[in-house]
Structures are given as structure tokens and as C-alpha cells.
Design a protein around this ligand. Sequence first.
Ligand code: TRP
Ligand code: ZN
Length: 853
Amino acid sequence: MSQAQEKHLKDYAKPAFTITHVDLNVILDGKNTKITTTSKVIRNGEHQHELVLDGEQISLGSVKLNGSSADYRQHDNQLFIATELNEFDLEVVSLLDPEANSSLEGLYMSDGAYCTQCEAEGFRRITYFLDRPDVLAIYTVRIEADKAAFPFLLSNGNLIDKGEMPRSGRHFVKWHDPFPKPSYLFALVAGDFDLLNDSFTTQSGREVKLQVFVDKGNLHKADHAMASLKKSMKWDETRFGLEYDLDIYMIVAVDFFNMGAMENKGLNVFNTKYVLADKASATDDDYHGIESVVGHEYFHNWTGNRVTCRDWFQLSLKEGLTVFRDQEFSSDVGSRAVNRIQAIRVMKNQQFAEDAEPMSHPIRPESVIEMNNFYTVTVYDKGAEVIRMMHTILGEEGFQAGMKCYFERHDGQAVTCDDFVNAMQDASGKDLTLFRRWYSQAGTPVVTVTDKYDADKGEYHLTVSQQVVSKGVKGQTLHIPFSLELLDNTGESIVNKVLDVTKACQTFVFDGLNHAPTASLLQDFSAPVKLVYDFSIDQLVHLMRHASSEVARWEASVQLISQTIWHNIAQLQQQQVMTVDSRVIEAFRGIILDVNLDQALVAEILSIPSASALIEQVDSVDLDALEKAREFVVEELASACEDELLARYRELSTLDAAGARAFKNIALSLLCQVSDVHESVVEKQYYNAQNMTDCLGALKAATSAQLTCLPALLSDFESKWHSTPLVMDKWLTLQALINTDDVIVQIKQLTKHNSFSFSNPNRVRSLIGAFASANTYQFHRADGEGYRYLTQILIKLNKSNPQVASRMITPLIQFAKFDASRQQLMKQCLQELKNLPDLSKDLYEKVTKSLAE
Ligand code: TRP
Ligand code: ZN
């Protein structure tokens, strides 16, 4: 790897030149695609520097300055232009071959359509440019292509011209985006689609045209995305007072896409996974995912597009804030508790893991080799938690005042995370000096709580201490909003408040208590920290029954079941018999029978923590003992509650609601862990399913219990769905997750199946990504076969799609918790990758950082 250059936040400098206007003339012609870019360039301040433009994987046609050929040189993906002019027009002609672009970055083809992906640094694969987010320009884009093959020609902003070139069978359009934007928000799409039209009238009475473009034949699957878009637009007006600004909003769904979706101004490009849905083919979770991603991209219009990032180190400025906004949207239009639980799971299972591995970074990273490696759960989800803490500290009113101030100050600018916190601080009057450290400090803080009750004084003392160690370095004290509820022994709430923890160790005293209370600590995960407190079984059972917060009730159950599993791992290690305390069983039964609980919440509570979630709770793991102990606890709980589960299953089967389906399907999975006699229930549910949720629920139950009917169900599923790729992805994932010793052999076979393709990221993630990240026992096989198989795949993807390779390496660099033998096997694989002659920057960064540990 030759040009792996690390960039540092501290080296930020304003650009020497800026570009205020860009005219693109895009002649789409397959391998001979030609793009002429005319930029109005202005020197920034007084200096003699050359103009330096970025460009990658394009061939340069010509460079003209004010119409005459320019004095330039090329070196290492950059173009240097010498001039003394302070203002000039620069014309660059670039030639590219979108058909050969398998990286899905820049201009590429997805199923016969041209499309672009520019964030973070893909615009430089389209033309030589000042490809950095603090250069904001007004774009005018002319697109020309064959009319029959590409009837729709789309770009950002408003359509201002179109015409035909009848003799050649070609046509053209011209788009103008009046809002200055950074190059990463540029987009272009050309293809043939089915189009769903609608409109939205904004709060000020402007009519906005809404369009969703999908592959031919999928029009009937676009309604939910459209409904989600309208819901998002309405919600942003109501909750944040933010209105859409252009006259048109377009969403295009493409099958070949590296991530979920992209917020290009006025022209979002989406992974089909987050657009297409109907009852037969999409699950309730898919519906929910679509609503949240459509919301996310829409909310970026203000938090990301109108106000953007000064540099890529500030990515969380837009992503953390926009995830916070999409989470609030989902919570306001759906179940707040269930949405919060899902967000907490992502934090505890994925973000904590990332913060403990070699790529650990603060939400505002300080150094980066490949920017694509920093679209992480840390920047996105921990970033959202940091925004949420500010919301907790300031309250909704203070927070909204801060947002208003932020937009008043920075609309149309490229700014920093500090600018955001300043607006929050100035508008609310709250001192956020200490709080800012959340932006610069990596690692998960550990908050240890001890308590004592003084019967004589009637006082309860709660001591909270915090510690963060990241990569061996002790961190600074943070401002932690610590939400607490105290329950008396009848379950009444006696205290419910947020404590401001601002010291390394702090004691809070509560008086007037006539007995020791039970504490619900860090309610609703009020800060992204690890809580350490020695809960007794009785305390957890009390919290499961009585905590005011539904999220806290779920937290207590996770804690209770996890403790039970850890207890049994210890039993196994000491060659003692495994047991489950009857109080745990009764608490579990109590949840199944509590008809007052929201069914979706019950489903969350009954979901036994996955192996990977459990691994996250400890510093080192005995995987074989974990597998046995977890299985034992699941079987004990399920068999003790078999009658109740079956009764609830039958009742819930008559209801048509997502919550009921979630509960029912968890119940079915648990029943199958008890005995094969429930196999007939699974088959019946599968064959009678009226929707994909029930169909997949049956398949999941059959898969995890490895029922004998599984092969027949899978082949029936295949015959029904073989021509619907997004549904076949589910079929691939089911098989990738089977915990049998021949699963890798099976996966290798599946890579040859018609429904699989290494060039499509959704397929690769569904099969190989799912295996590596979620088939914990098989990926971590003691013989290292799981690691070696993933490595083979990464070697292949390193060339064709480095972004996807780099995202899939995650389980291989999270080696720290495993035994020495597994660690060695994992590192051998990393070493093999490191030795590749053509290692991409993406993998290079992760592999070298991992091996340096
Ligand atoms: N900005 C996008 C979002 O959060 C995600 C994104 C970043 C992306 N880089 C990408 C999407 C590359 C696709 C490809 O919504
Ligand atoms: Zn985003």
C-alpha cells in the first residue's frame, strides 16, 4: 500500500481556492462517458499557491483556464494548476467507464441504470475537483443519454430545460440546484423506472412534488416509502419547525448500493432494501426500517445539507444529529420504548465492541486514512447518544432553542461540532464545557455505583464513580446525565430524576426513607456508559415488575437473564450442575402472562441476549461454556413456561398487528427449543402465513431449533421467491446462521446459487456478512475455518469493492476477548491480508491498526 496517508483534524486549513459555481455537462455513453466540468474558481485570500484538485480513477481529457489550455501537471491523484489569476473559469474534461466501476463509488451502473455515490470522496471519481465539504457551489447539470434506454435523467434541484436530439435517438435535460452545496451531495441518475407520484403541501402552503423511482415492475412496493416520506415531512415541521425548501423531492431505489441510503440534495438514492415493501415480501421490521431510513435521509436536508460539515472529522455533526432526529421521529410515530430498546441494543452490542477494538475512535475522530472507514456506529449511534444527552440536560425547550440558534447562525455554511455545541450552550445558558469532552474522548466510560441505606437517619446514599480507559490511556472526567428512579418495596416510585454527574466520584443522598429502596439506574440508558452495580435477583425482579420506565423493565430482564447465564458458565467451569433460580423463571412467566404490557415490548423482553451480546458484557469469554450455558438457560425458561407460551401463541395468532406477531414469533422460537412436538405448529404457520413476518418467523424457529422440516420449508421458499432478490436475501441469511459444523460448506455452495452474486453488496452481506457477524459459534470455530473463509472473501472483495470488504472485516478485528489460540488464528488472517500486494486503503487502515495492538 503506497499512498496510505493519514490525515489529522489538527491540520485543518481553509481551502486555498473555492468554487462558487459548477456547470457539468454529462454525456452518458457507456465506456466512453464524457464529463465536462466548468467551475468558477476564486482564490481565497492572498497567496501564490497552485490550485490543487483531487481526481481518482478517471482519465483526464483536457484542462482549460478561461478558455485557453492551462499549465498543469498530475501527480498522485491530484491535478496542479499554476495561475496568477484570482478569479477564473476552469474547464476540465474527464473520461470514464461507469460499466467497469464495481466499487459503487463515483459514477457506476446498477442494473442498467447510471447512478452516483459521492459521499464521502466519490465526486473526485467523476471529475477533478476541490472535493471537500467546505467548498460550497451552485450546480447546473446537463445530462445527455440515449432516450430509449434512459428515459429518466435526474439530478439535484429543479428541472430547467429538456430537449430531444431525434437523429441520434438521444435526449438531454438540465437541472439547477439553487442551494450551494458541497460536492458530496451531488447526484445523478439515468435509467428507466416505474414512478410513483405524489405531493406534499408545506406548513407555509407551498406544494412539493414527491417522486419515488423503482425498478420496472415494483410500483406496487413503493407506497410505504412514499407514506414514510410524507410522515417525515410533516413531523419535521411539527417537532422541529423545519420545512422543505425545493419544489421537488425525489427518491431513487437501486439494487447495487454500499450502504442504506444517501441524502443527495433533492435526489436521494436508496438501497432497494429501504424502499420496496409489500405485506407478502417484507417483514414488520422491514417496514420499520424503511420508515426510519426515509426519515433519516429527509431530515438530512436541514441537518447535513442546509448546514453541512466543515471537514470529514466533523461527520457526527450531521450523522449523530440526524440519527437522533430519526430516532425521535420513529419514537413519536411508533413505540418510544421499543425504539429506545433497539437503539440501546445497537449501542451495547455493536458500539461498545467497536470502542473496545483497534479501530476505536471518538465520535469526532482525530485522524483518518480512509474516510469511508468512519461511517461507524460510534460516529452515528454514539454520536446520537451524545446529542440525546444534550437533549436530556437542556430539556426539549432548551434543545429546540439551541437548534433554532444553530440554524440562524449557520444556515448555508460548513461548520464544526463545536459550532453546534456553542449554539446549544448560548441558547440555553447551560455550561457545556465539561460536556464537550464527549466529542474528543474514545472508549466506553465505566460507571460504578455503590449504595447503602442508613436506617437510623432514613437516608439512602448512592455513590457514582466514573472511569474511562481507552487504549491504555486514562480519560478525563465527563458530564454524565444519570437518570435514576427509586422504588419502595411496594413498587411505588419515590424518586425519579436525572442526576448531573460531573466528578470522578460523587455521592447523592436521599432522605426521608423508611426502608432501603430499589434503584433503577441509568434509566433508558441516559448516557452511553457501562453500568456496574451488584444487582440481586430480588432487586431485578422488583424492577422488572415495577419500574416506571418500560425500557428499565427490559433492562432489568436482560440483566437477570445474563446473570443467570454467567452463573451457569461458572458452574460449568467448576464442573457443577447448571440451575436456573425459580425467581428468574417466575419473573419470565410473569412477563408472558402480563396482558397489560405492550406486546412488542414483551417480545423484546423475551428475546434472550444473543451470544455476541453476552460476549460484550465481559472482558474474556469461554465460548464453549457460553454456548452450553445459554442453551441450557433458554431451554429451562422455555420448558418451565411451555403451557403459557403455547396458550399465548394461540391467542396472538388471531390478531393482525405487528406487536402480536413479534410476541407470537418469539413464543414459537422458544417452544421449538423445548421440544420437536411443536414442529407441526411451525409448519402450519409457514404454510398458512399471510405475510412475510409470519413466514420468516416460522423459518427462524425451524432454523434455530434445526427442525427436520427445515429443508422442505427452505426449498418451498426458494421456489416461491427465487426471482425476488430482497426476499432471497432472507433465505441466504437463514442458511448462513445455521449452527452446524458444515455451515461453511453450505455457504460456499450458496455462493454458486443463482440468487447470489459477489458484485451485489446486499447479497454478500446477507450471506457472508451475516455468517461472520451473527453465526458466532461457527465463525469462531476453534479450527479457524470461519476466519479463513472470511479472509478468502475479503481478498476477493478487496479488489472489487473495498468499502464492503472493509465493513465486513469487523468480527475479525474484534479478537481481544477470545482465547489465545483463536486470537492467534485471527491475527494470522490479518497478517495474510496485510501482505496483499494491492491492499486497498480501506482494509490497510483496519488491518495495520489491528496488528499494531
Ligand atoms: N450519508 C449517508 C447517510 O447516513 C450514508 C453514506 C455515507 C453512504 N457514505 C456512503 C451511503 C456511501 C452510501 C454509500 O444517510
Ligand atoms: Zn446520515
